[in-house]
Design a protein around this ligand. Sequence first.
Ligand SMILES: Cc1cc2nc3c(=O)[nH]c(=O)nc-3n(C[C@H](O)[C@H](O)[C@H](O)COP(=O)(O)OP(=O)(O)OC[C@H]3O[C@@H](n4cnc5c(N)ncnc54)[C@H](O)[C@@H]3O)c2cc1C
Length: 500
Amino acid sequence: MRFHQEADRSRYDAVVIGSGMAGLTSAALLARAGRSVLLVERHDRVGGYAHGFRRGRHRFDSAVHVVGGGDAGRDPGRHLIDRVLGTLGVRDRCELIRVDPFYTVCLPDLELRVPSGLDEFADVHVERFASEEKGIREFLGECVGIRAEAHRAAGVVRATDLSRFTLLRRYRRAVLSDVLNVHVEDPQAAAALGALWPYVGLPPSRVSFLYYATMLMSYVADGAYYCRGTFQNLADALATALRQNGGEVLLRSTVRRITVREGRAAGIVLENGQQIEAPLVVSNADADQTIHELVGANHLPAARSARMARLDPSISAFVVYGTTTLDLAGAGLGHETFLYAAGDHDTAWRDVLAREPSFVTLTAPAHADREQLRHGEQPFAITTLAPYAPADRWRSEKAAFQERMIDRVERRLPGFRASIGFVESATPRTMERYTRNREGAIYGWALTPRQTGPGRPAAETPIPGLLLAGHWTRPGGGVYGVIDSGVTAARIALGSDPLT
Ligand SMILES: Cc1cc2nc3c(=O)[nH]c(=O)nc-3n(C[C@H](O)[C@H](O)[C@H](O)COP(=O)(O)OP(=O)(O)OC[C@H]3O[C@@H](n4cnc5c(N)ncnc54)[C@H](O)[C@@H]3O)c2cc1C
């Protein structure tokens, strides 16, 4: 595939800023609908946080390890990612492999191997916490109901319009632990049901229950998937769809300004000074940068700017990438293994804020993708959440932090350290450097009840012709959510459903 180094033309129907999964989705769908589209990306490859990289004979995912709903499911065309790839005609350009078992959670005095599938998820928890069966099933029933309402409510933006959706209304302000406390008495059962909180970047006492429930169901009910050969292949499949429909991808190019003329978006200016006209601009970049740096706050109502200033970004992450000669599957670990030193997640969160990696997630992609096992060696990633600030300390703290992360795994897996071949790490500053997400935020705005649903900026902005797509807009962070936002941006721009 040839990627352009400079824009072929000075005018397009649409310019998309940033090639995260949201930007790629909206660009490809707009091109499929016959629009001339230019996608501009600063990095040397597409994908944003979903990009992959190579070291020696191994490939690594920079951030994303798993997505929800990667195949057609029982109801063909129901699962979003499969639908998008199918509509764009690139379903065969990447292979999404179902991950089973999905994950292992290790809490003090508890190790639980959790399979894929809703019934299986329920059964494994009920088997371990028999006295909590009723509460566990009720809790999951609420999650299933929320997912159904969220699907029906897609596109409903005003808070008042939510009146028809009982569960969305009931739980609008709830955090996960509010709901777990109602249904489950055993703190260990609650900790196990809330074990996926790092996927939403906040502990059960802070994260929006609605967002946790939809995330949980996207993995558990729709199925958890890994992309063969890294998620770069999923990003490349979307870029291929864009190009096959006449679109262009401009790499290693930074958008410096969004042009606003007579109150409307009119195009962009690149860092090299090239001006490109377009009546539609979709920004997949950090929303705050889009408004304050690329557009200029003077083009927006003051109240809008002030509202954005009150939003808090999500936390960042520290990732150790490496190779091991250990047999991770044989050691009883899932695709993902959550290792918690503390039995309650609030303690783990306090440690995160104090830059102590008391919990880590070990990812072993070769579980699902056996081709990643090369010459008896397989890649791994160890991830923890970490605050960005104070940013200047990361350079001096990086090596020791990496060692503490490896120590965590060594405690569960003696011999791990000695088995490591290659090792390298990314700090919150690295996250920011590669994607320009402010402070290396992993999910855009933090997923609190206040900042999800109507509390999150919508795709439409007060500037006609300027749309937002990605994890800084609705519904929120994670590949499933941002692909949804890319579809929404295309739907608004086209005035029709881009998936039909
Ligand atoms: C460590 C980590 C692990 C994660 N694991 C998972 C996971 O397993 N599953 C999951 O679903 N989610 C995961 N996430 C979250 C998920 O990766 C993100 O929510 C999602 O990928 C964000 O996509 P996006 O479309 O918003 O854009 P981003 O991925 O943020 O990409 C934005 C793109 O815009 C480009 N850009 C920005 N400004 C400009 C500009 N001015 N000019 C040109 N280009 C610009 C950037 O270079 C970047 O490529 C993880 C995140 C992290 C950090």
